[in-house]
Design a protein around this ligand. Structure first.
Ligand code: BGP
Length: 459
C-alpha cells in the first residue's frame, strides 16, 4: 500500500471559462475567447466555442455533490475577471452571488476551494488597449485581485494568481495559437514581464488584505531532457528550463530574476521595459506555495541554425523527437511519469523545499465513448494506470522529503478546452453534449474515491 501524508489533498482542477458556460450572460463581458470565437469559429474544433462549455453555471449545486461522491476533498478552479468586473471597474452582483454560493456549496460538501484568478481569459476591453503588452494591465489585474479577495476572502483562504502564465505568452505571442496570435519575441518578453508584475502586485495586495491566507501561482513545469550530453544540447536544455521553468518560478519563490535568464535576454537585446521599484516589489512578495501542472516532458536539442539576436524560441532550443518515448495513443502526448519525481526533487533542492502541489496532471482521450460499456460507464483503466504511474513517482519523492501537499487531476468533469473544444476528454465524469450535459461517472472516478478514502492505493 502506498500511503500519502495525513491531510493530503486529493483533488481536481478546473477553470471558470472551461466549465461555467453562460459566457456572455448574467452580466459577464467578453474575454478574448468570446471575441475570437465570434470572429473566427473555424479555428475551434467542431466550432465548439466558450458559450456553454460544461454548463456548470446551471449545475454547480449537484456538481459539488458529485465532487464529494468521488472523494474529492479539494478543487482548484478559477473565477472569471470578465464576470466579476465586466468593465474592469464595476462589480457584477450576479457574479458575486454565483461564486459565493458555488464556494459555499463546495465547502458544505467537504471540498476545499483553491481559487485562481486568471486562466488564459483576458478581458476584451483590456485587450483592446494592448492587454499584457501595456503596463496599465498590471494595475488593472491588481484591482481585480483586490476585488476578488474582498468579495470571497471570508470563504476562500487559498488563492493563486495565474495558471500557466507561459502559455498565454507562448501561445499568444510566439506560436500563433491563442489570441492575438502574433509572433513577436520582443512583445512576448514584455507580456511575460507585465504578467509577472501583475502577479507580484496581487501578492502585495493579498498580504495587506488577507494576512491569514495563503497565496501561490500555478506553473506548467515541463522539465526538459537533452537529446545528448553534448555541450550544444545541454546549452539548449538550459535555455529551455530558463524560459519555461525559471522565468516565473525564480521570482515567485526566490524573489529575484534568474541571472542566467537576464543575461540570455540581454545578449539578445530582449530585456523588457521595467520600473525602478519593480525589483524591490519582486523581492518583497514571494509566494507561500506553488502549483505545478505536469503532463509531458519537453525533449530538446540544439538548434541546427539559429538567428542572433534570437527571433523565436527555436533560436534557443528545438524539439527533439525521442525515439523511445511512450505515447498516449489517444492524445499523442508523451507519457513520462519519472518527470514528476524530477520536478519534486527540484523543488526540494533549488526552491528551499517550499510547499507545493500537483495542480494538474491527467490523460486526455479522444473519442472516449468507444470505451463505454453497456451500462453507459466509460471503462477508463488507462487513466487509472496513468495516475498510478505518476503517483508512484510522487510518492517516492515525498518519501525522500519533497514537500508536496496534494495531487489534483485534470479534471473533475469533461470540459471545453480552448481550440480543442471537447476533442480530448479528461474528466472523472463524462459530460454528454447531446443529452443536456448529463454527467456520468467513469470507472476512474470510483477508483479515485477509494484512493482518497484510504489516502493511498494498493500497487
Ligand atoms: C492545460 C491547461 C488546461 C487544459 C489542459 C488540457 O495546459 O491548463 O486548461 O486545457 O492543458 O489540454 P488539452 O485539452 O489541449 O489536451
Amino acid at each position: 500500500m502506498k500511503k500519502f501524508p495525513e491531510g493530503f489533498l486529493w483533488g481536481s482542477a478546473l477553470s471558470g471559462p472551461q466549465t461555467e458556460g453562460y459566457s456572455l450572460k448574467e452580466g459577464k463581458s467578453a474575454s478574448t475567447w468570446d471575441y475570437w470565437f465570434k470572429e473566427n469559429p473555424e479555428r475551434f474544433n467542431e466550432k465548439q466555442g466558450p458559450q456553454i462549455t460544461s454548463n456548470l453555471y446551471e449545475n454547480y449545486v449537484e456538481d459539488c455533490q458529485r465532487m464529494k461522491a468521488i472523494g474529492l476533498n479539494s478543487i482548484r478552479t478559477s473565477i472569471q475577471w470578465t464576470r466579476l468586473l465586466p468593465d474592469g471597474k464595476t462589480l457584477n452582483p450576479q457574479a458575486v452571488a454565483f461564486y459565493r454560493d458555488y464556494f459555499t456549496k463546495m465547502k458544505e460538501n467537504g471540498v476545499k476551494p483553491i481559487i485562481n484568478l486568471f486562466h488564459f481569459d483576458m478581458p476584451m476591453w483590456l485587450m483592446d488597449k494592448g492587454g499584457w503588452e501595456t503596463r496599465e494591465s498590471v494595475e488593472a489585474f491588481r484591482f481585480y485581485a483586490q476585488t476578488a479577495f474582498e468579495c470571497f476572502g471570508d470563504l476562500v483562504q487559498d488563492w493563486t494568481t495565474f495558471n500557466e502564465p507561459m502559455v498565454h505568452v507562448e501561445c499568444g505571442y510566439l506560436q500563433g495559437f491563442h489570441y492575438p496570435a502574433i509572433v513577436d519575441i520582443k512583445k512576448a518578453v514584455q507580456v511575460a514581464y507585465h504578467t509577472l508584475m501583475a502577479h507580484v502586485k496581487a501578492v502585495q495586495t493579498f498580504r495587506k488584505l488577507m494576512p491569514q491566507g495563503s497565496i501561490g501561482i500555478i506553473l506548467n513545469v515541463s522539465p526538459s531532457y537533452a537529446r545528448s550530453q553534448s555541450a550544444a544540447d545541454l546549452k539548449a536544455k538550459k535555455a529551455a528550463d530558463l524560459v519555461n521553468i525559471k522565468s516565473f518560478l525564480d521570482p515567485a519563490v526566490l524573489g529575484k530574476h534568474n541571472s542566467d535568464l537576464v543575461e540570455l535576454l540581454k545578449n539578445n537585446q530582449l530585456l523588457p521595459e521595467t520600473l525602478p521599484e519593480d525589483e524591490k516589489d519582486v523581492a518583497a512578495n514571494t509566494v507561500d506555495f506553488i502549483g505545478l501542472n505536469y503532463y509531458q516532458p519537453s525533449r530538446v536539442q540544439a538548434p541546427e541554425k539559429a538567428s542572433f539576436p534570437a527571433k523565436t524560441l527555436d533560436d534557443f532550443y528545438q524539439p527533439y523527437d525521442w525515439p523511445e518515448k511512450k505515447i498516449n495513443p489517444y492524445r499523442g502526448w508523451e507519457i513520462y511519469p519519472q518527470a514528476i519525481y524530477d520536478v519534486a526533487m527540484m523543488m526540494k533542492k533549488d526552491y528551499h523545499n517550499l510547499p507545493w502541489f500537483v495542480s494538474e496532471n491527467g490523460m486526455g482521450v479522444a473519442d472516449e465513448e468507444r470505451f463505454m460499456d453497456d451500462s453507459g460507464m466509460i471503462q477508463d483503466d488507462y487513466r487509472i494506470e496513468f495516475m498510478k504511474e505518476h503517483l508512484s513517482y510522487l510518492h517516492q519523492a515525498i518519501e525522500e522529503g519533497s514537500n508536496c501537499f496534494g495531487y489534483h487531476t485534470w479534471t473533475f468533469i469533461d470540459c471545453w478546452s480552448w481550440l480543442n473544444g471537447y476533442r480530448n476528454r479528461y474528466g472523472f465524469y463524462r459530460v454528454d453534449l447531446e443529452e443536456d450535459y448529463k454527467r456520468t461517472v467513469k470507472k476512474s472516478g470510483l477508483w479515485y474515491k477509494k484512493l482518497s478514502e484510504r489516502n493511498g492505493y494498493e500497487e
